[in-house]
Ligand binder design. Structure first.
Ligand SMILES: *[C@@H]1O[C@H](CO)[C@@H](O)[C@H](O)[C@H]1NC(C)=O
Ligand SMILES: *[C@@H]1O[C@H](CO)[C@@H](O)[C@H](O)[C@H]1NC(C)=O
Ligand SMILES: *[C@@H]1O[C@H](CO)[C@@H](O)[C@H](O)[C@H]1NC(C)=O
Ligand SMILES: *[C@@H]1O[C@H](CO)[C@@H](O)[C@H](O)[C@H]1NC(C)=O
Length: 340
């Protein structure tokens, strides 16, 4: 308990110091879309999950409700979540285990053993599958959520690293760190396509499923200069989001008009405007010897159902384009009012 307090305290203090102007900038209340002016917000408040040291944590974007969800997750972790099933799935690379836990941190359990050299993992929340890449073997494998019925989806790939899926569009994307390239295929394993190649090194990748764009971190091979780029799902319309930074960027995640990223040297999670690259909030882990590793924003709109589905529950409102735009607009409006 004391340990947790010690860990928690610096985070909150540091955060409150830097984020005075950022308070409340996305206080989305629970409940259906309201649709009137300033309170045009839908859904639960988004929160971050991230790996840090040997643990998996959650934190609100305001820096509050910092909570440890998994104590002994592994030193080196690759993770994703399934919103509807309320689960986090992660690969513990050292112990070669795929595990899961509820988003509230309860009921940690082993799903299956997993081979070494796993480099990326993603949840297909529509087909209910776990997909992972193996750098050494050059393959991407799929199983069901229980770890059964595994089969190879793609093979003879050149050192696949990060992977990400957009099951609504039926695409899987992967990066190759060695070849410094981005690729795409259909989720059934056909229509393999190279989206782009760069002389620099691609170290992390994430999808903006709302705007249908791919974001990645690229650095020169010495690792001293990181940039964030984005492109559309065809590899076109490439944008440089952030000018070169002093920071060594480490992990990236997208939500609405925000980029969340962590830096290696400063041990910090930053929240920036995705259009301008301007940093707005920082969550500093002090004192800490390690940066936050995997980083995901948990919210139903980042895992929509297939286009404009059924009206079976309140949650399906998220999936409609209108709801998506409302969330984005809401965040933009509030941010603008605060002068970011
Ligand atoms: C929205 O917010 C602005 C600035 O905070 C305020 O001036 C305006 O009256 C608000 N509008 C509504 C409908 O609440
Ligand atoms: C955690 O979430 C699961 C799934 O919703 C639920 O069954 C369980 O009761 C929750 N546990 C706690 C301690 O809140
Ligand atoms: C695969 O894993 C082994 C043992 O962990 C390691 O020695 C090797 O370098 C890895 N290969 C690649 C391509 O990462
Ligand atoms: C699925 O996996 C679980 C746990 O690994 C195992 O107990 C179960 O027998 C498997 N089911 C099938 C049909 O293989």
């Amino acid at each position: 308990m004391l340990l947790l307090l010690l860990l928690l305290l610096p985070v909150v203090l540091e955060f409150s110091f830097v984020s005075i102007s950022a308070q409340q900038y996305w206080s989305c209340s629970e409940g259906p879309p309201l649709g009137n002016g300033n309170s045009t917000c839908v859904g639960p408040t988004p929160y971050l999950i991230f790996s840090h040291g040997n643990s998996i944590f959650r934190i609100d974007p305001e820096g509050t409700n910092h909570e440890r969800l998994v104590v002994d997750a592994g030193i080196s972790v690759i993770m994703d979540f399934h919103y509807k099933k309320e689960r986090i799935y992660w690969v513990d690379l050292e112990r070669q285990l795929l595990q899961r836990v509820f988003l509230n941190g309860s009921r940690q359990e082993k799903v299956c053993n997993i081979e070494k050299n796993v480099s990326g993992m993603a949840i297909n929340w529509i087909n209910e599958e776990i997909i992972w890449s193996n750098r050494q073997e050059g393959i991407i494998t799929v199983t069901d959520l229980k770890g059964n019925n595994s089969h190879v989806l793609l093979s003879t790939l050149k050192y696949p690293a990060n992977i990400a899926v957009d099951p609504v569009e039926r695409f899987i994307f992967w990066s190759s760190e060695v070849a410094s390239s981005l690729h795409r295929a259909d989720l059934s394993g056909v229509k393999v396509k190279t989206l782009l190649e760069t002389p620099e090194r691609i170290t992390a990748m994430s999808l903006d499923v709302l705007d249908k764009r791919l974001f990645w971190i690229q650095d020169n091979r010495e690792g001293s200069n990181s940039h964030i780029y984005s492109c559309d799902y065809d590899g076109r319309s490439v944008h440089l989001i952030k000018p070169p930074t002093r920071h060594n960027l480490f992990a990236i995640s997208l939500f609405a008009d925000r980029i969340f990223y962590s830096t290696l040297k400063k041990k910090t999670i930053w929240i920036a405007n995705k259009h301008t690259g301007k940093d707005m909030v920082r969550i500093h882990f002090n004192p800490s010897s390690v940066p936050a590793g995997e980083l995901k924003v948990v919210h139903p709109i980042v895992q929509p159902k297939a286009e404009d589905g059924d009206q079976d529950s309140g949650k399906s409102t998220w999936t409609s384009n209108r709801a998506r735009h409302k969330v984005t607009t809401c965040l933009l409006i509030q941010a603008t009012h605060k002068g970011f």
